[in-house]
Design a protein around this ligand. Structure first.
Ligand SMILES: Nc1ncnc2c1ncn2[C@@H]1O[C@H](COP(=O)(O)OP(=O)(O)OP(=O)(O)O)[C@@H](O)[C@H]1O
Length: 256
């Protein structure tokens, strides 16, 4: 699909074995800017493992991961992040005892290459803060800027996580169940935010998601994994209606 546009992220015959078990089996797909793809499949289908292979948390047994055509298969997660693949990690990357603004500023600072250089940080402090404020505005959390992260609601933590991801300025954004554990009223806020990110900035967005209402509301495209194999890939209506998906994912016999 969308073949006139250059894919940002591609995987070719991507495979990983754990001993004798093939968790991801020769998966091939292209992902495009401005497109939100949701990866679905039953428990143990290989969705998270596939994400881990794309973001570099796991090394592939065989196959390739390409970013704008560059082979990044052998690169670790940090290098992939620098090249433009950003992943939200279900709150594990937040500093709970710092304020919301400090959390964003630290990411802005490290992304700006300031590292631990105290003098550059001193001279550019205002500029870095202004950029951090910008990302807080993107997620409508300016009013929480001086709140300690540990005191935020779960939904606000997830929004902050999106701000941190945006501050890395990735081309490809990966979310693993972004609404997991949220209250009913928090869910639409985060879904709107993810939708906005894709629409306003032409980013490539990848989601692993179980909740079908989330899949329906966000997906431009659905990829279905089953036993580590890609069994369907296409427009939501078409994929959801296909008998292979009804059977593999929804547990409905193909002839039902
Ligand atoms: N590090 C590992 N070592 C051995 N087996 C693993 C490892 N990671 C994943 N697996 C196996 O690979 C398969 C795919 O797991 P994965 O977590 O990717 O599935 P999933 O589709 O994300 O499932 P869920 O929806 O339950 O999160 C499972 O059989 C799992 O037990």
């Amino acid at each position: 699909m969308t073949s006139a546009v250059t894919p940002s992220l591609s995987v070719r015959d991507l495979t990983i074995r754990f001993g004798g078990h093939v968790a991801v089996n020769a998966v091939t797909a292209d992902f495009y800017p401005g497109q939100l793809t949701v990866i679905v499949g039953p428990n143990g289908a290989g969705k998270t493992t596939c994400f881990n292979l794309m973001s570099g948390q796991l090394p592939a047994t065989s196959g390739q991961v390409l970013l704008y055509g560059q082979d990044i298969t052998k690169f670790g997660p940090a290098k992939r992040t620098r090249l433009g693949i950003g992943r939200a990690f279900q709150l594990t990357n937040l500093f709970p005892h710092l304020t919301v603004l400090e959390n964003v500023r630290l990411v802005v600072q490290s992304h700006a290459g300031q590292g631990l250089n105290m003098w550059s940080v001193w001279f550019r402090h205002k500029e870095l803060l202004a950029r951090a404020e910008h990302y807080l505005e993107r997620v409508s959390m300016q009013d929480r800027r001086h709140t300690i992260v540990a005191a935020l609601s779960h939904g606000d933590k997830r929004k902050l996580e999106v701000a941190l991801l945006l501050a890395l300025e990735p081309d490809v954004l990966m979310f693993d169940e972004p609404t997991a554990g949220m209250s009913v009223d928090e869910v639409p806020v985060v879904l709107d935010l993810i939708h906005q990110v894709k629409t306003d900035t032409d980013k490539t967005v990848l989601l692993v998601e179980h909740k079908m209402d989330v899949v329906r509301s966000l997906a431009d495209r659905i990829v279905v994994l089953h036993n580590g194999t890609l069994v369907a890939d296409g427009e939501p209506a078409e994929v959801m209606a296909s008998s292979i998906v009804q059977e593999a994912y929804l547990g409905v016999p193909a002839h039902a």
